[in-house]
Design a protein. Structure first.
Lengths: 298, 202, 371
């Protein structure tokens, strides 16, 4: 039988070269989606194959890798990807945002500020921000070529006409370096401002859709909006029940079948770090009771 | 005539040397103007600097057509070394190549003759790897653009003297354009198409 | 006191152990061997090799066993392994005209040179469950005859001699063959890449697409010109040796559909071709593929392209079952961060709705959203 033997960081060298060339082009053309010959990976499409290929192409023995999904190091897919690289590349892994040199993420940007010696690798399901307005690749490619983004503005404006504000909560489109409209991956729009002028290099990998794109460090990233309807990041208005943070993105945890719930940081490393530093939330005790509901039933 | 056995060697550890070299080039491209060092060393055929050889071994293969300046193209050592270690096809038409290797800046053709990409596929452009005299002495330059926190400074000595004037065409071409990687021995600086370079203090 | 969920690592390991047990099933029942899968579930192996893009019966059988008989999962396993293999180049085109034919039927002529050969087929079997197969069935020895030495030319070649069918496009000498596993697919795609995409495509998807053309969504009046199944030689032109080296033989199914073409201002009416090819015996797949291939040629032939099967981007972007299953099934992964953001938006919208229409019987926004 043809028994398998695998290379450092799984990918063969020819594949790494191809991905590396795509990464260089992506950095040189911020926000432009570079097509690349994505390989079948030993995890399913949709599970982060694009991010995994980008990470595999850049990772070296001196790197310290952090993997998060929904902001947490402990979600099953994050664990699975972290183990994959620990096994195939023998790299050190960490849950600390600050210690990591490469951070692969799905759906969140860490709360702690990133620094110059870091690379943030995003897993991207649908890299094309115009895809839901125009399903055809030939058309969206032309629109990017001409920087013809009217359709996107029309869509956002229709939201305003209908709802009074833009009704996009995540994967909120941005414009990179005043040229390309880009999908930030399905991060909550709360995270959008962190992409702007970020000291770390941001790389985006979409495996199934075969695209790599990038935001170089210190690059302008603007969330699309209108003068009379400026972009607003959404955050549930409560402190974290565990660490008391007032400025972090929160997960809503349903604590019983009566509608009780609590809100805690989605970034587990950030939350644990704050707790270790002596910060406490209202609830390390009683679950948060929904105020509006209480009044309504009142 | 050189036999394969007499060719300067490639990387000792192909996998890790390529990774390390790539990270230097990636950092260079992500932080224009900042000087990165290439650590892993390979043998170098005549006319090729250590950094250039490492980049070639890291990024070139059968899928990357190359263009060589006249001095390199005349060197059978260079041709054999590239063919043996990378397999990259050397092409005479510089308008369709993925990379151009320039051993000496006086031999650099007009940049518009390289592949500039299209508005639909701006990535289908030539990356020019240009060997220069120095990346830590010479004239002073100020750089602005993505990857740079405000202003970066670069001190460099190179030919052609009007390289950065020529590269201004990137501004109007964008997203098409030419990305340049400058190499001086083991030092590397990248000037991607988004970078604006000004001479400092005249 | 609330404690965040931890211990995913143990949960994963335990789930994998449980899977290994579920895969094995009742251990008092004999384990199925790779030979048994390869010999007795041969058509499953053929499908996994075709859509997995790797001709290796043993690995395909292993994949089927590992995947508990889930063929798309097995195809995925084979693909992931294939992706790590070095690529030396493309073989010489195989000559299906010289196929050692085991089965060959044409619906366009009653008799053809070399004859119609039914071979091992479900066609004309009565679909009655056969209890005698439940255990210990020993089939009657197959009927044998002297192998025919008569050539079996392709039916489309016979039509081609009279100019009734478009000539098969010939690639330029030395032209490289596209490979969508090495270069990302761009649109519009050339036919070599389209055919590669379809050959790797999901049988069920192609079946539905091909079927839709028969029902009028892009009708192209197909006839099964010929379906043949048998062995062909594979040769590889090695640069150093200077001639083609035989690598061995593989089993293939080939289908050539013959389709109507009304002609255009510059071309006389003639028959056109749709082409299907797959590893092993895969008739449904190759026939569907041929229908879809012909449908996708609409633009090239100056036909209106309005139906789904004629839409190149639509078909080629959704044919791959490894991609499709990954993205559909990834909805199982946690999405609570996005959901939270969406929940916040929905609450806001409902609150605004309630405020704007105080008379409406608007339920409390928070309550609805929470329950």
């Amino acid at each position: 039988m043809n028994a398998p033997a695998y290379n450092f960081a799984y990918l063969d060298e020819q594949t790494k070269r191809m991905i590396r060339r795509a990464i260089l082009k992506a950095i040189a053309i911020p926000g432009y989606q570079v097509p690349f010959a994505s390989r079948e990976m030993p995890m399913p499409y949709g599970w982060g194959t694009g991010g995994v290929q980008v990470t595999a192409a850049i990772l070296g023995p001196r790197d310290v890798l952090k993997v998060i999904d929904q902001g947490s190091d402990d979600t099953t897919n994050a664990i699975s990807i972290r183990k994959f690289f620990a096994k195939t590349a023998g790299v050190a892994t960490t849950t600390s945002t600050d210690e990591a040199t490469v951070i692969q993420t799905r759906h969140r940007i860490p709360e702690a500020s990133l620094h110059q010696s870091q690379v943030l690798v995003y897993q991207v399901p649908i890299p094309e921000p115009l895809r839901f307005l125009e399903p055809r690749e030939t058309e969206t490619r032309r629109m990017h070529a001409l920087a013809e983004y009217g359709l996107m503005h029309v869509k956002l404006y229709e939201d305003i006409a209908r709802f009074g504000h833009i009704a996009t909560a995540y994967a909120y489109p941005v414009k990179v370096n005043a040229r390309y409209v880009m999908d930030p991956s399905p991060t909550p729009k709360f995270d959008n401002p962190k992409m702007d002028n970020c000291p770390a290099l941001q790389l985006f990998g979409a495996g199934r859709e075969k695209r790599i794109y990038a935001i170089p460090p210190y690059t302008q990233v603007v969330s699309l909006d209108f003068e009379d309807h400026p972009f607003e990041p959404y955050r549930f208005n409560a402190p974290c029940a565990l660490c008391g943070a007032e400025n972090s993105y929160l997960d809503e945890i349903v604590t019983d079948d009566k509608g009780s719930r609590m809100f805690v940081c989605s970034d587990t490393d950030y939350c644990e770090g704050r707790q270790a530093a002596g910060h406490h939330g209202a609830l390390s005790a009683a679950p948060y009771k929904d105020k509006a509901r209480g009044e309504a039933n009142g | 005539m050189t036999t394969i056995a007499e060719l300067p060697p490639g990387f000792v550890d192909k996998v890790l040397s390529a990774q390390s070299t790539f990270r230097s080039v990636m950092d260079a491209m992500a932080r224009p103007g900042a000087v990165q060092r290439i650590v892993p060393m390979a043998g170098t055929p005549e006319t090729m600097m250590r950094g250039t050889a490492a980049i070639a071994l890291t990024l070139f293969d059968h899928d990357t057509p190359l263009w060589l300046d006249a001095r390199m193209a005349e060197s059978t050592d260079v041709l054999k070394w590239l063919k043996f270690h990378t397999g990259a096809p050397v092409i005479h038409d510089c308008s369709i190549v993925a990379f151009a290797l320039i051993s000496d800046g006086v031999l650099l053709p007009n940049l518009e003759r390289f592949a500039l990409g299209t508005n639909e596929y701006p990535d289908r452009s030539t990356t020019v790897i240009l060997q220069v005299e120095s990346l830590d002495s010479g004239q002073n330059f100020e750089l602005r653009g993505p990857g740079i926190d405000g202003v970066a400074t670069l001190q460099a000595a190179f030919k052609p003297f009007d390289l950065f004037e020529q590269l201004r065409f990137n501004e109007t071409l964008f997203p098409r354009g030419i990305d340049v990687v400058l190499v001086a021995d083991d030092a590397v600086v990248a000037i991607p198409r988004t970078t604006r370079v000004m001479s400092k203090g005249g | 006191m609330y404690v965040a969920v931890k211990g995913g690592e143990r949960a994963i390991e335990n789930a994998h152990r449980l899977l290994a047990n579920a895969r094995r099933g009742d251990q008092s029942v004999a384990e199925v061997s790779l030979d048994q899968i390869s010999e007795q579930l041969g058509l499953a192996v053929d499908r996994v090799m075709s859509e997995g893009s790797l001709y290796d019966r043993e690995l395909a059988a292993l994949a089927i066993k590992q995947a508990r008989g889930d063929l798309i999962e097995a195809i995925f396993l084979v693909r992931a392994f294939r992706a790590t293999l070095p690529r030396f180049g493309a073989s010489e085109p195989v000559d299906t005209g010289a196929m050692r034919v085991q089965r060959r039927v044409s619906s366009t002529f009653k008799d053809i040179p070399g004859g119609q050969i039914l071979g091992p087929t479900f066609d004309y079997t009565h679909r009655l469950l056969d209890p005698s197969l439940a255990q210990g069935f020993v089939p009657e020895a197959p009927a044998v005859a002297e192998a025919s030495t008569a050539p079996t030319p392709r039916v489309t070649d016979i039509l081609g001699r009279d100019g009734l069918i478009e000539s098969s496009p010939q690639a330029e000498d030395g032209a490289s063959v596209g490979d969508l596993t090495r270069e990302p697919l761009n649109f519009p795609a050339d036919r070599d890449l389209r055919l590669q995409n379809l050959a790797r495509g999901d049988e069920g998807f192609l079946l539905a697409m091909g079927y839709s053309t028969q029902r009028g969504y892009g009708r192209n009046h197909p006839f099964a010109g010929e379906i043949r199944f048998g062995e062909v030689e594979v040769e590889f032109a090695a640069e150093d040796v200077g001639f083609a080296v035989p690598l061995g033989s593989i089993e293939l199914t080939e289908c050539q559909m013959v389709n109507q073409f009304k002609g255009s201002a510059t071309e006389a009416p003639c028959f056109t071709r749709g082409y299907g090819l797959a590893f092993g015996q895969s008739e449904r797949k190759t026939m569907s593929m041929a229908l879809v291939d012909r449908a996708l040629r609409a633009r090239e032939l100056g036909e209106e392209a309005l139906a789904p099967a004629q839409d190149e981007e639509f078909v080629l972007s959704h044919s791959d079952n490894v991609q499709a299953t990954g993205f559909v099934e990834h909805l199982k992964l946690p999405h609570y961060v996005d959901f939270q953001s969406e929940l916040g938006l929905l609450r806001k919208l409902r609150k605004e709705f309630a405020e704007a229409s105080p008379d409406a019987d608007a339920p409390d926004a928070m309550k609805e959203a929470a329950e």
